[in-house]
Design a protein around this ligand. Structure first.
Ligand code: UT7
Length: 347
């Protein structure tokens, strides 16, 4: 018998229907399909429709994940939404998702650790389950970067896309689920990737809008350097904390920002291609949504099985980073809860 922890009971995703290809972008920007593909691996991305925003995408992803887990919305104890593109400064996007799902007994809050946010949210959901506070937590990563990129800035707008992914975490006493997590931050480098305007530091005004200060600014080269250094380091840390070796890892699912970053990390770690998941060519960088979307697609492609040893590794604005070692499964329907569902754990 192992200690109580959180296992993955369900997964779901949503991406907007609207596909924007590199060629589409090259019609309005001084860029090319060749440049974008060779520097990033991205071929196309999804852009939310005018009737969509982060909460609406997150709600669909969450509903899909609950359906896979065969969990009713009323049985969710907490909804955590990792996002840095919320619908509003307040309330949290998670409150809108909780209402949209009909998760009437759930608490809800957002987590902002930018592109690392989903792994942070998983760690928090797992910790609450381990502590006995919750039994069922819906963890969602959702972003609408198309609303905060400067569509005139070719150095950033070609990189990002919109979408949402979700996992249902449930308490288990079996040897599945989140085994170890590591997180970190270096706020002294916050200026490398930020949206300067619209917060309490620089409230919205006519001049912030005129100066395009509500849009993403990034020092791409420095973020690249940071990413290729941090990914192997946190992967090794979390593997050791889980009691695994690199040979034990079945699938490495890193934040999908740039295929060159993922390949560099995999090379440093000595992981072969068949153990490395990549779908950045389809969606670009969807920030906090990229890891859960990647997990859904890895499962659909038959690359995740009961017992698969998976490493999740995120990095991004903050600077921030987070990694988890996860034992995937068991397939929904094969295992019950350790106690009947409810809002808070009552022993
Ligand atoms: O979630 C975390 C978020 N961010 C990241 O992970 C991004 C990390 N950084 C990167 O992925 C890469 O640095 C980029 C893809 C952003 C840029 O690739 P790079 O190889 O570092 O290019 P660069 O910034 O050094 O720019 C090289 C050239 C420049 O022209 P000059 O100065 O050499 O004449 C840029 O102006 O490429 C130019 N350039 C472009 N050209 C065509 C920049 N963006 C584009 C573009 N199309 N879209």
């Amino acid at each position: 018998m192992v200690a109580r922890r959180a296992r993955v009971a369900g997964w779901g995703k949503y991406v907007p229907a609207n596909v924007v290809t590199n060629r589409d972008l090259s019609e309005t920007l001084d860029t090319s399909d060749e440049w974008i593909r060779s520097r990033t691996g991205i071929a196309e991305r999804r852009v939310a429709g005018s009737d969509e925003a982060t909460a609406s995408m997150a709600t669909i992803a969450g509903r899909n994940a609950l359906a896979v887990a065969n969990v009713a919305a009323e049985d969710v104890d907490c909804v955590l939404v990792a996002t840095c593109t919320p619908d509003y400064s307040m309330p949290a996007t998670a409150n809108l998702v909780q209402a949209g799902l009909g998760a009437t007994r759930a608490g809800a809050c957002d987590i902002n650790a930018a592109c690392s946010g989903f792994v942070y949210a998983l760690a928090l959901g797992d910790s609450c389950i381990r502590a006995g506070l919750f039994r069922t937590v819906l963890v969602i990563g959702a972003e609408t970067f198309s609303r905060i990129v400067d569509w005139n800035d070719r150095a950033t707008c070609v990189l990002f896309g919109d979408g949402a992914g979700a996992l249902v975490l449930r308490a288990t006493d079996e040897d599945y689920g989140l085994l170890a997590t590591t997180v970190g931050s270096d706020g002294s480098r916050a200026d490398l990737l930020l949206v300067p305007g619209g917060g309490s530091r620089m409230p919205a005004s006519a001049s912030t809008i005129e100066d395009r200060l509500h849009m993403v600014r990034m020092d791409g080269r420095e973020v690249f350097r940071f990413a290729v250094g941090v990914l192997p380091r946190i992967t090794e840390q979390v593997i050791a904390a889980a009691g695994w070796t690199l040979d034990d890892v079945d699938l490495f699912v890193a934040h999908q920002a740039n295929v060159r970053i993922i390949q560099s990390a995999a090379r440093s770690l000595g992981l072969p291609d068949e153990k490395v998941y990549v779908n950045v060519h389809r969606y670009g960088n969807t920030s906090a949504a990229s890891i859960p979307i990647a997990l859904c697609e890895a499962y659909e492609e038959g690359r995740l099985h009961d017992g698969s040893a998976v490493v999740l590794a995120g990095f991004g604005s903050g600077l921030s980073w987070a990694a988890s070692a996860l034992r995937w499964g068991p397939t929904p329907g094969r295992v019950g809860l350790i106690a009947p569902p409810g809002n808070a754990f009552q022993d």
